[in-house]
Write a protein that binds this ligand. Structure first.
Ligand code: MF3
Ligand code: CO
Ligand code: CO
Length: 278
């Protein structure tokens, strides 16, 4: 099932869910400092969602076929963790790079899914370059989105940018359609060939969430059955937004006052501030 939203009610519902997810990241940002545990970040985000926003954390007890229920409200993926890191007693230290991935279910029943990288104190030049290139990969993917574009256009733009920088693209996980359910068709691969794949239609909503490794692309899954790390222990980074295909281009739904500005490489796009006409 693919979600195609054409009513103002649904589109505004997706905008609200996206803003709420992004606002959880805004809220938690000042807490991401050396000495805090990933479990504390989870607890703070969960309380903010439940008590302030009245949203539901979609990851909590999420259980796709073949997985145990996810035991926390958010994902915290540190350094060589690619995705789905489980918050716990791990203390963040100076030099760590952590991805916080938030998915909320809004009071009206729509999903918003977004993640950002955070530098804990001062991080290495390598880690900050990986974060920046991954951020650019996400935005170069977003910049491909418009009615009539094909899924391969998104994947290709991301893969070319990552590999030109000497990095690799994780293949086992991808972006996804999202709407009144968490994960649905289409799958948004972060690699591929331009001019191939399904054609985008106005009203589609999906995520773009490239996972980029500093080393090789291979993964290994930890015994907890959720945490995914790089096989070669190299650093991995990820950024994620939920987007809407508009009549002329793309709108970033997971947008809030704390969202970082788009990078220079997409400055050719009109941006006002989260509506992009391509
Ligand atoms: N938010 C993740 C995504 O981008 C999915 C997390 S599923 C969980 O699709 F169960 F690990 F939380
Ligand atoms: Co996510
Ligand atoms: Co997602």
């Amino acid at each position: 099932m693919v979600s195609i939203f054409n009513s103002e009610k649904d589109i505004n519902g997706m905008r609200e869910a996206g803003r709420l997810a992004s606002e959880v990241l805004d809220y938690i940002t000042p807490f991401v400092k050396p000495g805090i545990s990933t479990g504390k970040l989870d607890q703070l985000c969960h309380a903010y969602m439940r008590d302030v926003q009245k949203t539901i954390p979609a990851p909590l007890n999420y259980q796709p076929p073949g997985y145990p229920p996810f035991p926390a409200a958010i994902c915290t993926s540190v350094n060589d963790v690619i995705c789905h890191g489980i918050p716990g007693d791990k203390i963040l230290k100076n030099g760590d790079a952590v991805n916080l991935d938030i998915t909320v279910i809004s009071p009206a029943g729509y999903f918003g899914d977004t993640s950002r990288m955070f530098a804990v104190g001062d991080i290495s030049i390598l880690a900050s370059r990986l974060n920046q290139i991954t951020y650019e990969c996400m935005w170069l993917g977003i910049a491909q989105v418009k009615p009539g574009a094909q899924l391969g256009d998104i994947g290709s733009a991301i893969q070319i940018h990552a590999e030109s920088a000497g990095y690799s693209v994780v293949r086992e996980y991808c972006g996804h359609g999202i709407g009144k359910v968490f994960h649905q068709d289409p799958q948004i691969l972060h690699y591929g060939k331009a001019g191939t794949g399904d054609t985008l239609l106005e009203g589609m909503t999906f995520t773009i969430e490239p996972m980029i490794n500093a080393g090789r692309r291979e993964i290994r899954t930890m015994p907890d059955q959720w945490t995914v790390k790089t096989k070669d222990r190299s650093l991995s980074a990820q950024w994620e937004n939920t987007v809407l295909v508009t009549a002329t281009g793309v709108e970033v739904l997971t947008w809030s006052t704390g969202s970082p500005p788009p990078p220079e490489c997409v400055k050719h796009l009109q941006f006002r501030p989260h509506l992009v006409a391509v």
